[in-house]
Design a protein around this ligand. Structure first.
Ligand code: HEC
Ligand code: HEC
Length: 192
């Protein structure tokens, strides 16, 4: 992560130097540039532990940023980073990323788990994670094509209680084992 921070510092430095004296408020695209070092160009992440933001539900991005800021959602990096943005900045960036083309890279997955995950999805998760996780409903996250490693970290945080789920999602997760949840993560990572 140190490497990411130094890259970020370079980007911020470059922006500061090139800012015109009569600076107009930054556009959403300009703000979102500061996220590219980790979340990829236009939110299409190239790093497995770094979530893709392209095509994520707008409310999910806004809620996540607010929860990172308040400390409600655990983070390695985003907590510190989110504090640098106003609510207006956050809404503008969420709008920007939610409108980018979804990024669903090829990943190395376990076909048996993917099949099992699809069955579990149809039983327990599809009410909120619509279209095999391609669409969020009422602030439910888009999961389709997300990096497996990132999904596994979230699953671990949910199961250990570090990250809180909504009561309704918790009800559906409760009967499942860690292996079931891993199969679900594999399934979502596989969706194109
Ligand atoms: C230095 C790397 C880094 C930078 C820069 C960065 N992020 Fe993140 N982001 C992460 C990591 C790592 C996570 C996973 C949570 C954590 O551990 O902090 C994350 C998670 C997120 C999530 C949660 C996604 C989800 O599916 O729930 C959102 C939203 C997000 N970042 C938005 C942003 C925005 C907006 C910016 C630019 C202002 C940004 N990030 C800049 C590293 C970064
Ligand atoms: C009642 C609606 C609901 C149901 C059912 C539901 N979820 Fe969710 N899910 C959400 C919401 C809302 C979020 C947004 C973040 C949060 O509230 O934690 C979310 C977020 C997630 C995330 C984190 C995504 C990210 O980008 O960080 C994962 C992983 C996830 N859900 C998996 C599941 C699985 C697996 C099931 C089925 C066992 C399931 N969910 C069932 C509503 C639901």
């Amino acid at each position: 992560m140190t490497e990411h921070w130094s890259r970020l510092a370079l980007i911020i430095g470059a922006l500061a130097i090139s800012a015109p004296a009569t600076a107009t408020p930054p556009t959403a695209a300009m703000l979102s540039n500061a996220c590219a070092a980790c979340h990829g160009t236009l939110g299409a992440s190239a790093g497995a532990a770094l979530p893709t933001l392209a095509g994520q539900d707008k409310d999910v991005i806004v809620d996540s940023m607010r929860e990172f800021k308040s400390g409600k959602r655990p983070s390695t990096i985003m907590g510190r980073l989110a504090k640098g943005y106003t609510d207006d900045d956050i809404v503008a960036m969420a709008d920007f990323f939610s409108k980018q083309k979804p990024h669903r890279p090829d990943q190395t997955l376990d076909a048996t788990k993917v099949t099992r995950g699809k069955e579990l999805h149809d039983k327990q998760c599809k009410r909120c994670h619509l279209e095999n996780g391609k669409e969020g409903e009422d602030g439910s996250a888009v999961l389709a094509g997300q990096w497996l490693q990132y999904l596994q970290i979230q699953v671990d945080d949910y199961l250990s209680g570090k990250r809180k789920m909504s009561d309704k999602m918790a009800e559906k997760v409760k009967p499942l084992s860690k292996d079931d949840m891993d199969a679900l993560a594999q399934f979502y990572a596989s969706v194109k």
